[in-house]
Design a protein around this ligand. Structure first.
Ligand SMILES: *[C@@H]1O[C@H](CO)[C@@H](O)[C@H](O)[C@H]1NC(C)=O
Ligand SMILES: *[C@@H]1O[C@H](CO)[C@@H](O)[C@H](O)[C@H]1NC(C)=O
Length: 567
């Protein structure tokens, strides 16, 4: 019998060298992007995401040796901070990097160590990782009778840190400790509607409320990634049931326009204010809705639909432009008319990364996908400008953005209205409102003032730069990240670590005696991943929790789907 390929018509045979040539060319281009992944990540060498449409030409890439050497410098910064912690604060929660002393504000179980374990692994600091294991294996999570572990912080930092370090290294002791801790925190759910109490004593199981008797939206919805993954690893149903119940409460809540309020009543299980935000009280709730769906191989459409609802609330109500430079920012609103406060928090700079992740993964219409992508790019750009505008090269913690006195659209700067008008006018210039690049400005000429002028080594901006770079391959985000890292080195370094700054306006900056644990857990991890050429933590295989602890995407087993009623 003839082989089919021998009888190919002439024009098809001519195609063969062409196809081969294209293949070799693609391989060549691919090989330029750096060597393939090594070691434990070799099997994760899968194609990435489709790039989104470009609004301007991307800068030419630098040689990968340049980027890898920048990644090495971030690793050196991590080692510097970690040695300082080991020398002056070992087994305490956080190093105080000016006095060389330590603080214990997070249960006193050695927070900085647990929070930094996965960063160590990712950076290849395997000896330090191994040295830490006996300490971690011996952890009991003990607390005196009078002290309480804050549920939210303990979950995202300790539980997330242990689970991520376990997923990366396979060390069984890490899972055993995560299971201990997961169990000790469960009493928080013994409330009328199952919304979590603020804090719990890990020995007695006694719980207590926070400064308010209400539950913050972020606190109710930032435990699902950790507990669902733990349920999958241990087979313990209570882990799943408690956290899924909160999703059910959110699904049943009567919410207008996707605007989930920031506070919920413990007694009634219903909203208790009319504030809508992506800042401190709400931030990671948005994140966990999308990420639960991603973590469980897109099986939990309930969470995904809640994300879509909340995201459309954000796009329609929380995004504004400043009148002069047309900087796009996200604020919070209150009241039935959704009156904006025009406050813009550094914390909210995680949002562009999240929107971009959603735009690349969600089943959106082309128009919606474009809208999510535009919002992501414009917001991340403003986050960058707030850094670039300041003498230290670092951005303030909170800003009050300028209002429109006399907005011809009557929308008072609301972004969605400007986008609609721009489309009606035939998209002049091709660049949507809020995405045009602008000049940096001095103090008196900016279209915002800092209401909190300090820089606390926070990760959100570089987190978004990392996600945008991975998803769009626009090297500009890496350049901006590099500028941020250089500023941190110049302004924040102390002989034993890195310090928060009192004000971003004056360089050299005045340093504060604190180095929050998220600096090593998140800021340095995202910077390292931004510069590393190899895709060490591919976004189609890992999901970062809100403390930057990557958890591996998994599939529920058939029996789990049945037990947890996952369609
Ligand atoms: C910022 O401060 C300047 C000077 O104090 C003031 O003129 C301006 O209105 C302020 N802008 C905002 C947005 O508060
Ligand atoms: C803190 O420790 C570092 C070494 O880790 C040392 O160089 C520095 O002088 C110390 N600072 C103080 C205030 O003791």
């Amino acid at each position: 019998m003839d082989c089919a390929w021998v009888r190919l018509p002439r024009f098809r045979t001519k195609l063969i060298p062409l196809v081969l040539g294209a293949g070799i060319f693609t391989w060549f281009i691919y090989s330029l992007s750096g060597p393939p992944l090594e070691g434990p990540f070799a099997h994760r060498n899968k194609p990435g995401y489709r790039p989104s449409p470009r609004l301007r030409p991307y800068p030419p890439p630098l040689a990968h040796t340049v980027w890898n050497s920048r990644a090495e410098q971030v690793k050196e910064a991590f080692v510097h901070a970690y040695r300082g912690y080991q020398q002056h604060a070992a087994s305490s929660d956080e190093l105080l990097p000016i006095t060389n002393t330590s603080s214990n504000h997070f249960n006193g179980w050695g927070l900085q160590l647990i929070d930094a374990l996965d960063t160590m692994w990712i950076m290849g600091l395997r000896d330090d990782f191994q040295d830490a294991m006996p300490l971690v294996a011996a952890m009991t999570f003990h607390l005196p009778d009078t002290e309480y572990a804050p549920f939210f912080e303990t979950v995202i930092r300790y539980l997330g840190g242990l689970l991520s370090a376990h997923a990366l290294s396979g060390e069984p002791a890490l899972l055993a400790r995560a299971d201990d801790l997961g169990k000790m925190l469960l009493p928080v759910f013994k409330t009328p509607h199952g919304l979590p109490m603020y804090a719990v004593n890990t020995v007695t199981g006694a719980t207590r409320a926070g400064w308010s008797s209400e539950v913050l939206w972020a606190e109710a919805l930032s435990c699902q990634l950790e507990y669902k993954y733990l349920a999958h690893l241990t087979g313990r149903q209570e882990y799943f049931d408690h956290v899924e119940h909160i999703i059910d409460i959110m699904q049943a809540a009567k919410i207008k326009d996707g605007m989930f309020p920031t506070k919920w009543n413990m007694q009634s299980g219903k909203p208790s204010n009319d504030q809508f935000s992506v800042g401190a009280f709400a931030d990671s709730a948005h994140e966990y809705l999308l990420k639960q769906w991603l973590l469980t191989s897109r099986s939990e459409t309930k969470a995904m639909k809640l994300y879509l609802k909340a995201a459309s609330g954000i796009l329609n109500h929380l995004l504004y432009l400043t009148p002069n430079r047309q900087l796009l920012y996200v604020t919070d609103t209150s009241g039935t008319n959704a009156t904006p406060s025009h406050t813009f928090e550094h914390l909210s700079c995680f949002l562009p990364g999240l929107l971009a992740l959603g735009a690349h993964t969600l089943p959106l219409s082309e128009d919606d996908k474009e809208l999510h992508n535009w919002a992501a790019q414009g917001l991340a750009y403003t986050c960058w400008i707030t850094y670039a505008d300041h003498a230290t090269g670092l951005g303030p913690d909170e800003m009050l953005m300028e209002d429109w006195d006399d907005d011809p659209t009557g929308a008072n700067g609301r972004w969605i209205d400007h986008v609609k008008q721009w489309k009606r006018e035939g998209s002049p210039g091709g660049v949507p409102p809020g995405l045009r690049e602008v000049q940096t400005r001095k103090h008196t000429e900016r279209d915002y003032n800092a209401s909190k002028g300090g820089y606390f080594l926070r990760p959100e901006s570089v987190e978004s730069f990392y996600l945008l770079w991975r998803l769009t391959r626009d090297e500009t985000w890496r350049e901006r990240g590099w500028a941020v890292f250089e500023s941190i080195e110049r302004e924040a370094k102390t002989p034993s670590g890195y310090a928060s700054l009192s004000s971003v306006e004056i360089s050299p900056a005045h340093k504060k005696n604190e180095m929050p644990s998220f600096f090593m857990a998140e800021t340095l991890k995202y910077l390292y991943l931004l510069f590393r050429e190899e895709d060490v933590i591919p976004l189609n295989q890992w999901v970062f929790n809100t403390e930057a602890h990557p958890l591996p995407i998994f599939q529920w087993m058939d029996w789990e789907r049945e037990r947890y009623r996952i369609p």
